[in-house]
Design a protein around this ligand. Structure first.
Ligand SMILES: Cc1cc2nc3c(=O)[nH]c(=O)nc-3n(C[C@H](O)[C@H](O)[C@H](O)COP(=O)(O)O)c2cc1C
Length: 175
């Protein structure tokens, strides 16, 4: 069953996005590149709304804006890949966060290979997981994907690219 967020009219007390933005201003968190393949098409975007939500079993939640090209594939895909970026991967962050698959084939600009089930895996990311989609939930204007890791790869020191590194970047699709 797909859980739907109640409409604003159904809620009595609502804090708007600007006021809420003040609450989260300055908070830093890792940014990931999430890639997906469905029906022979590939897509991927920079994602900050991502977190581990269970230890045993390990589970991750990834949230994709319904405006994104990536969303249109993630709606139906069986798996996605969550890549951890390193602080020196600004070029990857800009490609996946500032360009949109509506206009650009991002995969023509990075080295990648097909992983399990044809998912696009980025060669230059030291850490990634292939996650199987267990559940989908609509969270306001984002689609939440609950992921069970099927494979993980870790080849480098644990330092991550974060929101602070992305200062000044303009998303390919406005929020
Ligand atoms: C710092 C930053 C954080 C972002 N976080 C998210 C996010 O959590 N979820 C999301 O769907 N898009 C997020 N985006 C936006 C997408 O990465 C961006 O709009 C991208 O160009 C969409 O590409 P697509 O249309 O090819 O999917 C973020 C962008 C930036 C710059």
């Amino acid at each position: 069953m797909l859980w739907e967020y109640p409409t604003v009219a159904e809620q009595e007390h609502v804090v708007g996005p600007e006021e809420f933005g003040e609450l989260v201003a300055g908070l830093d968190y890792p940014l990931y590149v999430v890639t997906v393949q469905h029906a022979g098409e590939r897509s991927g975007c920079l994602v900050g709304f991502t977190t581990q939500v269970s230890i045993d079993p390990p589970l991750m939640l990834v949230c994709i804006s319904e405006k994104n090209h990536t969303y249109r594939l993630a709606r139906d895909a069986e798996r996605v890949v969550v890549h951890v970026l390193s602080p020196d991967q600004q070029a990857h962050a800009e490609l996946f966060g500032e360009e949109t698959g509506d206009d650009t084939d991002k995969f023509a600009h990075v080295a990648w290979h097909e992983g399990t089930g044809g998912v696009p895996v980025l060669d230059e990311c030291a850490r990634h997981m292939v996650g199987r989609v267990l559940q989908r939930m609509t969270f306001g204007d984002h689609l939440g994907l609950l992921l069970a890791p099927e494979e993980t790869k870790v080849t480098d020191a644990p330092v991550a690219y974060t929101l602070g590194d992305a200062e000044g970047m303009e998303p390919g699709h406005s929020a």
